[in-house]
Design a protein around this ligand. Structure first.
Ligand SMILES: N[C@@H](CCC(=O)N[C@@H](CS)C(=O)NCC(=O)O)C(=O)O
Length: 202
């Protein structure tokens, strides 16, 4: 299998961490989707990473579909509960974490992709409000427990860790570590895992 991705994307990192946790071998193909001559559309018509290209040439996206598929490939390091409320809870944490990354990314692109005169501060503020609300909800959901969902490490923690790492990387001015000590504690613990260490963006 080949994973097409970039080093800074929180969604790509989520997939890479799941690969490592589940000990699945894959080739990593770096792709800059913002370049004029990017070839990403040949695999993903949406022009986004991550995209997983399988042995038969079939392509799979987006990150949520990929990680769900990967979790079925081997019982090693199960990250998503098999069914019911527990499964929905983990997927909802993932949707929340990815949603915070979506909003942060949109806010960043507003500044990096548009000429100054076309930028909307109102739009950017709208996205940043989602980031703030998402962080608050993650902290409230975690409470003083060791993991986001249930009492073990799951995809919920992977997704939250990737989003928090992305915010630290691209939005160091957001003080979530001080505002939400429980998220900070979780993040510190996640960063000790080899899968997080190996995939940290620099
Ligand atoms: N929902 C998608 C989001 C993927 C995404 O937005 N990836 C960004 C990189 S961080 C991208 O490729 N953006 C290119 C674009 O929007 O054209 C997922 O979970 O995989």
């Amino acid at each position: 299998m080949k994973l097409i991705g970039s080093l800074a994307s929180p969604y790509v990192r989520k997939v890479r961490i799941v690969m490592l946790e589940k000990k699945i071998d894959y080739d990593f193909a770096l792709e800059d989707v913002w370049r004029e001559d990017t070839a990403i559309q040949q695999s993903n018509p949406l022009g986004k990473v991550p995209c997983l290209v399988m042995e038969d040439g079939g392509a799979m996206f987006d990150s949520r579909v990929i990680v769900e598929y990967l979790d079925t490939l081997t019982p090693v390091g199960k990250l998503i509960p098999p069914n019911g409320r527990e499964r929905a809870e983990v997927k909802c944490w993932e949707a929340l974490a990815d949603g915070v990354s979506d909003a942060a990314l949109l806010a960043r692109l507003e500044r990096t992709m548009r000429p100054a005169e076309q930028q909307s501060e109102k739009w950017r503020n709208r996205q940043m409000a989602k980031v703030d609300a998402g962080l608050k909800a993650m902290s409230a959901g975690l409470k003083d427990t060791a993991y986001c969902a249930g009492n073990q490490y799951t995809l919920a923690d992977v997704a939250v860790g990737c989003t928090l790492g992305y915010l630290l990387f691209r939005f160091p001015e957001i003080n979530w570590r001080e505002d939400y000590p429980n998220l900070d504690k979780l993040y510190e613990k996640l960063c000790e895992r080899p899968s997080f260490k190996e995939t940290a963006a620099e």
